[in-house]
Design a protein around this ligand. Structure first.
Ligand code: SF4
Length: 311
């Protein structure tokens, strides 16, 4: 696994029976939405520029296949020129079907590199039986990918995390880390030398599942290592899906909130100068709400009004 948590909980919604014209229309709409959201993320966060060489990390999961697929479509119509090179890290997990990705990438006509590194044996040797292996495994993977990016002359490293991964991470950090912290759409790598981007940052996982089913990507299961994938992440994912079911629109509202931070209404004195705050004598156009509790319509639990990206 190269690009992070590939959830198995979200199954592709079955394509509703109907005439082929309708299915084609729905597929076309989905493709447009995926391209639009990826394009928006690339522009909003200035992810890719003229002359960039983007190393696309492909694990064999639905998200990274979709990322590569949509990046190829975007590149064909982008106003700037950039290169893509797909990279898979074969960690030598037992049963990893090593022919699947090369065959797929060759057929696609994309330049690619398979990096063979037996991190599986290292992790097995170091981590006691029954303990989760993911943190060491990820650390090793990260180091290898940075080295490969150097060797390939990549100026961007693209990972396949999506909107739901970002939200899950946000809640995990809040519940278990005591931090308001998500997963950035763009960051500088730990070694300070690479720019890591998440072009799927605005895309919903359910859309990626539908796209993967539509495109029939040759999915490689992410459980080959036999490790328990992060149980807490699974639970938070389920919590979010349950909320969304009960209060449709909640996920989008929360995701919009991540892009609308109001430091003056939080409590972090390092982000907002509370101690230096004095009366300015100038009324605030929004009011201060100092003595009010905020109202959210007839019922605070009713579906919220949000801007839908896929409207
Ligand atoms: S141990 Fe397995 S599940 Fe965990 S990060 Fe590594 S490959 Fe993924």
């Amino acid at each position: 696994m190269v690009t992070g948590p590939a959830s198995t909980e979200i199954a592709a919604a079955p394509v509703a029976p109907g005439n082929s014209a309708r299915i084609e229309r729905e597929t076309h709409k989905l493709e447009k939405r995926l391209c639009r959201l990826m394009g928006q993320a690339v522009i909003d966060y200035n992810m890719i520029g003229e002359g960039d060489r983007v190393m696309v990390c492909v694990s064999g999961g639905k998200d990274s296949y979709a990322m590569l697929d949509i990046l190829l479509k975007l590149r064909a119509r982008a106003p700037v020129h950039f290169d893509l090179i797909a990279v898979n890290l074969d960690q030598k997990q037992p049963g990893f079907p090593e022919d699947v990705l090369p065959r797929y990438l060759r057929a696609l006509g994309v330049p690619f590199h398979i990096e063979n590194q037996d991190t599986y044996s290292i992790v097995k040797r170091v981590i006691p039986e029954g303990k989760t292996m993911c943190s060491l495994c990820s650390r090793l993977r990260r180091g290898i990918l940075y080295r490969v990016a150097d060797e390939l002359g990549a100026t961007r490293i693209a990972l396949g995390h999506h909107r739901d991964d970002i939200l899950q991470t946000f809640f995990l950090n809040m519940f278990f880390g005591g931090k308001l912290k998500g997963m950035p759409p763009k960051l500088v790598s730990d070694d300070g030398r690479h720019v890591v981007i998440r072009p799927l940052a605005l895309v919903a996982e359910r859309d990626l599942a539908r796209w993967a089913a539509q495109r029939q990507f040759p999915i490689i299961p992410c459980t080959l290592c036999g490790s328990q994938t992060n149980l807490q992440r699974k639970q938070v994912g389920q919590m979010l899906r349950d909320w969304e079911k009960q209060y449709p629109g909640r996920i989008e509202s929360m995701f919009t909130a991540l892009q609308n931070v109001v430091p003056s209404h939080l409590m972090d004195g390092t982000r907002y100068d509370f101690s230096g705050l004095t009366a300015s004598g100038v009324p605030s156009p929004d009011g201060d709400l100092a003595f009010d509790t905020e109202e959210f319509g007839a019922s605070a639990m009713a579906p919220v009004q949000v801007v839908r990206f896929d409207a």
